[in-house]
Design a protein around this ligand. Sequence first.
Ligand code: NAG
Ligand code: NAG
Ligand code: NAG
Ligand code: NAG
Ligand code: NAG
Length: 344
Amino acid sequence: MADGLCFFSKDSLIIKHPKKNPLVLRMAVLIFVMVCGVYICSVCLRQYSGRSSERLLKVQVVDRPCEAPTVESSEKRYVHFPKPKTFSRSECACNPVRYFAILSTQRSGSGWFETLLNSHVNISSNGEIFSVKVRRSNVSTIVETLDKIYNLDWFTSASKNECTAAIGLKWMLNQGLMQHHEEIVEYFNTKGVSAVFLFRRNLLRRMISILANSYDQNAKLLNGTHKSHVHSTHEAEILARYKPTLNATLLIPNLRQVDEMVMKSLEYFKSTRHIILYYEDIIKNETKLMDVQDFLKVPRRELNSRQVKIHRGSLSSQVENWGDVEKTLKGTRYESYLQEDYKM
Ligand SMILES: *[C@@H]1O[C@H](CO)[C@@H](O)[C@H](O)[C@H]1NC(C)=O
Ligand SMILES: *[C@@H]1O[C@H](CO)[C@@H](O)[C@H](O)[C@H]1NC(C)=O
Ligand SMILES: *[C@@H]1O[C@H](CO)[C@@H](O)[C@H](O)[C@H]1NC(C)=O
Ligand SMILES: *[C@@H]1O[C@H](CO)[C@@H](O)[C@H](O)[C@H]1NC(C)=O
Ligand SMILES: *[C@@H]1O[C@H](CO)[C@@H](O)[C@H](O)[C@H]1NC(C)=O
């Protein structure tokens, strides 16, 4: 209809005698041009917005970028405003989100540590996502999985809500992390993922925990069920009753192997933004948990876990052949593991 109007106006222009009334004519031309212009614009806009919702989303992103006002420019790449595909962040859409990964080894307290983090209303740590082999088949599956987690589209029991301010996972060094370290470090650095290393100072204690845990996988001491983590002192006592026998020949090679893997991982990931934590320090010193919260830039909270420590007593009481162990480690670089490091 408006097209018709434009043509009609042109026709009437031709009919008129331009020389007779130049001012009126110019005004008329101006008005027609404006009417036609506005019409064309409105048609274009309608077509553009109607094309696809995806495009519409992009327009919105451009229109209203979220700003983190208190962030220094060096910190900017660690601050994200994910737009999950599966839900709306609604009132927290412009709350900044930090990405993290807990890098650890089995039986180093990472399960307990993760329950502590997840007791924070703004932290969501999604467990050992890469324990499932296909997810770590190759770099593409790893990146795909990480993208989904960090976009808040991964659902586990630890998934929080639209107000998550730190999102991550627990990742064991032997779950593709060492194998694909170059690409993963690059991903961490380009996407702004912070690494939280969690290790045990005393690798001998870790070895005992591994042996006891793998024994229980068959023995199933708790009424026929196997548990890697427990929630009562009664259950902890039952599990701690089993005393493994350590193979003295393999003791030092095994300790060395883990020690070297930990050192290597720190070397590989040294260019990432990271913090190094030790299980023993967290047990002894509650302010370590405040350090973690500061590192993740979430508001400080009292963190708690229902998990109960399984091996509480002195090390010598937890091993069947303590004499052999002492003899093997005396005078080696691992001698300090024999000493009492904490009491509970
Ligand atoms: C933490 O979560 C609470 C409750 O969901 C929310 O009100 C608050 O804005 C969040 N804080 C941050 C820093 O995102
Ligand atoms: C990566 O692994 C997945 C799952 O095993 C497979 O489907 C895909 O083809 C692999 N991609 C590459 C690039 O090797
Ligand atoms: C095993 O089952 C009995 C009876 O149901 C219960 O009293 C006991 O507490 C259970 N023990 C553990 C370690 O779960
Ligand atoms: C310790 O491990 C070595 C190598 O696997 C094996 O040959 C040896 O029999 C083991 N010793 C004991 C006491 O189990
Ligand atoms: C506890 O940790 C804090 C922060 O990491 C440290 O400053 C403090 O010295 C530690 N306290 C003890 C008793 O080790």
